[in-house]
Design a protein around this ligand. Structure first.
Ligand SMILES: CCC(=O)SCCNC(=O)CCNC(=O)[C@H](O)C(C)(C)COP(=O)(O)OP(=O)(O)OC[C@H]1O[C@@H](n2cnc3c(N)ncnc32)[C@H](O)[C@@H]1OP(=O)(O)O
Length: 299
């Protein structure tokens, strides 16, 4: 919703409504002064979060292969910067989140975890990351996590911030938090319940079992299994899979994502009002008029 298209021609009332709606999406879940935790995280460097844009699909790469793409302090900060960059990408339609070197992510970097292992830093890091991942999840792009290798702990949580998950036949997602005396803190438990329901989520969190691709598909955590683990092939297949859902103009695709996010996040009446606002930006829009001018048969 951060990039909702708001035409200038709308009357002031509707425009204001839409602007309010936009600020809802950019609004952080946790309002706090982020300066202290940013300064702290800066002290734990290593790896990077890379953003590549190719046409209408962007790829975010979690990049620290020597530690199985574990998330350092500076990677947490870079992820926020990349998400902000994507929020202002007006022509985008799709996003792929993947790890470098044929694996996804082994979670928080344990060196960083040990260094901020006190209640205050833990809490502010948790709020910072929840704010970032909520903004990632709300991006008006259809997003898919390409899970190769392992997605452990925080890595498993990251996969849930995408709309969809594709796994290879050899990959696994595992919520290992319990084994570390923890629960997810990046919003992963909340999102997991939304994706696979309460009972399945409780089983995965309380067992810390590995979820291989066949099981993930069965319980609705994964949307497709890719039979080969060859990286180039997996990327091509992921792009092909995504392209089915992002056919059409970026304004239409972004509006579709926005109404779906609204339905997931807002109470019924608020969501219906939001849907009405978004609808009003699309009705009689150039895309709508162009479609109406053609002879249509949806056979
Ligand atoms: C709740 C928040 C969290 O996410 S806490 C972090 C949860 N994650 C973990 O505990 C992961 C622990 N690591 C492992 O289980 C294994 O390293 C996994 C990921 C399965 C990979 O095994 P394997 O393919 O055999 O590689 P390896 O163990 O030799 O690892 C290569 C080097 O990478 C390192 N590494 C791995 N994960 C992390 C991590 N999360 N933080 C920091 N370093 C990590 C390993 O220690 C190893 O380093 P080194 O080559 O021995 O120096």
């Amino acid at each position: 919703m951060a990039m909702l298209y708001i035409p200038r021609c709308l009357n002031r009332g509707i425009r204001n409504l839409l602007l309010q709606q936009r600020s809802f999406s950019a609004q952080p879940i946790h309002q706090f002064n982020e300066d202290d935790i940013k300064e702290k995280l800066q002290q734990f460097p290593g790896g990077s979060i890379d953003l590549q844009k190719e046409g209408e699909i962007a790829t975010l790469i979690i990049n620290q292969p020597e530690r199985i793409n574990a998330f350092t302090g500076t990677m947490i900060l870079e992820l926020r910067d990349r998400v902000e960059e994507l929020e202002s990408w007006t022509n985008g339609k799709g996003l792929i989140l993947r790890g470098a070197d044929n694996t996804f992510c082994s979670g928080s970097d344990l060196n960083t975890v040990r260094a901020i292992s006190n209640p205050k830093d833990g809490m502010t890091m948790c709020m910072f990351m929840q704010n970032t991942l909520t903004r990632l999840q709300r991006l008006p792009l259809i997003s898919v996590a390409l899970v190769q290798g392992v997605a452990l702990g925080g890595g498993a949580e990251l996969t849930t911030a995408c709309d969809f998950r594709l796994m290879t036949s050899e990959s696994e997602i595992r919520f290992v938090h319990k084994l570390m005396g923890l629960v997810p803190g990046w919003g992963g438990a909340t999102r997991l319940v939304q994706i696979i329901g309460y009972r399945n989520a409780l089983k995965l969190l309380s067992s810390a079992d590995r979820v291989r691709s066949a099981k993930a598909l069965r319980i609705g955590l994964a949307d497709k299994i890719l039979p080969s683990s060859d990286h180039n092939w997996c990327m091509e297949e992921t792009q092909k899979w995504l392209s089915h859902y992002i056919k059409g103009s970026s304004k239409v695709i972004q509006a579709i994502k926005n109404v779906a996010v609204s339905g997931r996040e807002l109470p019924l009446e608020e969501s219906l009002r939001n849907e009405k606002c978004i609808f009003s930006t699309m009705w009689a829009s150039p895309d709508n008029l162009k479609a109406l001018s053609t002879v249509m048969k949806h056979k």
